[in-house]
Design a protein. Structure first.
Lengths: 408, 229
């Protein structure tokens, strides 16, 4: 009875109800879309940054993250690699060894990170090869070859085919010296990577740095980051069984994580402001309607309807309005996200900034239960809770004064 | 002597305080018996509506006591007073006070819903009540699609459908033309005569008073006269 009456009551003033629904639906739609876009950007940012160099996860010795010393070699590397490939969601693995060295071209020298990678396996875990601007990426069969970032090549005044002298400290304190040929120059758009990172074949690295078949990390990857996140408990278990550590994306890219966290906290202010505005607009509308209907409530009380029942009816009106408005908003927002998830949203003015985080200028919003239901859910809950305001007013009504209030 | 359905003893109602105090009721003693068809007459401000509100358990007196079927209202909680109004009192208001989003039938059924009467019985009794007041065939119409007289008939049906002990009507014909007033009064007289329903009607309309058997005249919050035809 109450639900039916409440439903009919909200359509007494169709224009007012329509406007209330419209404002709620638009706000919910906007929030669903913006949140989906935000999640899309985060996902692209995480995936972009990780795909470029780190991969979605790495096995390392526990102290390697804090102190990436070449001597922190991974134990049971082969067993870990094989076990990781058995985990659902893991599609590729690639071993790496790394150190720092001085690279020189004639009188010019710069320090850089030198990473030994398996040219056959590395493209399965990272996408650095697709950032090659000149020349090519490392290939199976390469020996004294090296690829480096465009910034470092420029600083060293190197061109493709030039020789690079490398001097560093090998495993167990040995001297690591070599002359390599520059076969590729990559341009990731990330200045730090382009100025400080190089890759060379793992076999040559092993020889030059005296690794004796040891490596420092195993990089793993999957169809997408979510697949590795789902597989994380099993990967951590493998790491624990072998006395090593598994590093997830947050540990590998703490700055990306911090940036996302910062962005979430600032955008939350915007969301909260929008939610507060919408909630108060709707509450105000309904409170006005309660004031207008005070005489009617007095009549209902005279008939023997308890104030609590009238209050519940009005609360249901509020809830129906909130559910309907936000339902429409979710529908519109999801449709919009689905459309733009295919065509993308272009931010040409932000291209340079985005590039620093491996994010392209076209971003694809990502629909998820969180982006669909979080903001509308908060609006509905807030309205349902704050509905006690008109409810309390109704509880305090007395039949005679209520009927007299509108001048009967 | 038969026990009165309603008794009012020493009823006073004062609005405001100090020099601004208005004595709307000033020591009213009154008995209403089953089957009465009484009009409460008097000029505006004489206390008719205030007295009806006291009898109808809508308001509390400043002093004095109202009892309905032997139960003193002053001892009852707010919830119990709601229950009393629902079960024992029917109201007819000048402005009809119908629920605009409900049809004529639903308006009448609403009281029965509050009484938790089953759906089939509810529908049957509400339909019968509308037939009784001459609104057969208009069950599905909304109040806004009906004339003032028809709306007041719905209000009468709604007041009667719960089988109350007493029906209180406050200026029920104030918004009606003379033909409709005559029809409505004829209807209420018939319901009183045939079904023994007790009516107390607050009015200053002589056409309404002409239909009643008992005339209670109020002036300045006091009962000036109480006569039977």
């Amino acid at each position: 009875m109450l639900a039916s009456l409440a439903w009919r009551n909200i359509w007494r003033q169709p224009v007012r109800t329509g406007l209330s629904l419209l404002s709620m639906a638009l706000a919910a739609m906007l929030m669903v879309f913006i949140m989906s876009l935000q999640l899309g950007v985060y996902d692209t940012m995480k995936t972009g940054a990780l795909r470029l160099f780190d991969g979605f996860g790495q096995f390392q010795m526990p102290d390697y993250l804090e102190d990436p010393d070449i001597e922190h070699t991974l134990i049971n590397a082969d067993a870990i690699a094989q076990a990781a490939l058995q985990v659902d969601g893991v599609t590729a693995q690639s071993p790496r060894a790394g150190s720092f060295a001085i690279l020189a071209n004639g009188d010019i020298s710069f320090a850089a990170a030198v990473i030994g990678v398996d040219p056959a396996l590395e493209p399965g875990v990272t996408s650095l090869g697709s950032s090659i601007e000149q020349g090519r990426f490392l290939q199976p069969g390469d020996d004294a070859a090296i690829v480096m970032g465009i910034g470092l090549a420029r600083n060293l005044d190197l061109e493709l085919g030039d020789g690079v002298t490398m001097l560093g400290t090998g495993n167990n304190g040995s001297v690591a010296a070599d002359v390599l040929t520059l076969v590729g120059i990559f341009d990731t758009g990330i200045p730090m990577l382009d100025r400080q990172f190089t890759q060379m074949p793992l076999s040559r690295f092993d020889e030059t740095f005296g690794m004796q078949g040891n490596i420092n990390t195993i990089v793993v990857s999957g169809e997408n980051l979510s697949a590795i996140l789902s597989a994380e408990p099993q990967l951590r278990a493998i790491a624990a069984q072998n006395g090593v550590a598994f590093r997830n994306w947050e540990e590998l890219q703490p700055t990306v994580k911090q940036m996302i966290d910062l962005d979430i906290s600032t955008s939350m202010l915007t969301y909260i402001t929008m939610i507060v505005l919408v909630v108060f607009i709707i509450l105000n509308t309904l409170y006005m309607s309660v004031l207008e209907r005070t005489r009617e409530f007095g009549g209902l009380m005279a008939m023997g309807m308890r104030p609590g029942l009238i209050g519940r009816m009005v609360w249901l009106e509020l809830l129906f309005l909130a559910l309907l408005g936000n339902g429409i908003g979710i529908l519109l927002g999801s449709t919009l996200v689905t459309i733009f998830a295919n065509v993308g949203v272009s931010f040409p003015a932000m291209a340079e900034v985005f590039a620093q985080w491996g994010v392209p200028a076209v971003v694809y919003p990502m629909l998820s239960p969180l982006s669909m239901f979080l903001a509308p859910g908060v609006i509905v809950t807030a309205i349902a809770v704050l509905g006690f305001i008109p409810f309390r007013r109704i509880l305090r009504l007395e039949p005679v004064s209520a009927m007299a209030e509108a001048g009967t | 002597m038969m026990q009165a359905l309603v008794t009012c003893r020493g009823l006073t109602k004062v609005f405001g305080k100090g020099e601004l105090a208005v004595h709307a009721l000033d020591g009213v003693d009154l008995d209403i018996h089953r089957g009465d068809f009484a009009t409460l007459a008097g000029p505006s401000g004489s206390g008719k509506t205030t007295l009806l509100n006291m009898i109808g358990a809508l308001d509390k007196p400043t002093s004095g006591e109202v009892t309905i079927e032997g139960t003193p209202l002053s001892t009852m909680s707010k919830a119990a007073l709601s229950e009393l109004r629902l079960e024992k009192i029917g109201f007819i208001f000048q402005a009809y006070n119908l629920i605009p989003v409900l049809s004529a039938l639903e308006n009448v059924e609403f009281v029965l819903q509050l009484q938790h009467v089953g759906a089939a019985e509810r529908r049957e009794r509400a339909t019968a009540a509308l037939h009784e007041v001459g609104l057969a065939g208009m069950e599905s119409r909304r109040p806004s699609a009906m004339s003032g007289g028809q709306q007041q008939r719905i209000a009468v049906a709604r007041a009667l459908v719960s089988r109350p002990s007493i029906v209180l009507a406050d200026e029920p014909t104030a918004n009606l033309d003379s033909t409709t007033t005559a029809e409505l009064m004829e209807l209420m007289s018939r319901l009183n005569r045939d079904n023994g329903i007790t009516f107390v009607i607050g009015t200053h309309d002589p056409r309404v008073m002409a239909h009643s058997q008992r005339h209670i005249e109020m002036i300045d919050g006091k009962i000036e006269s109480d006569t039977n035809d």
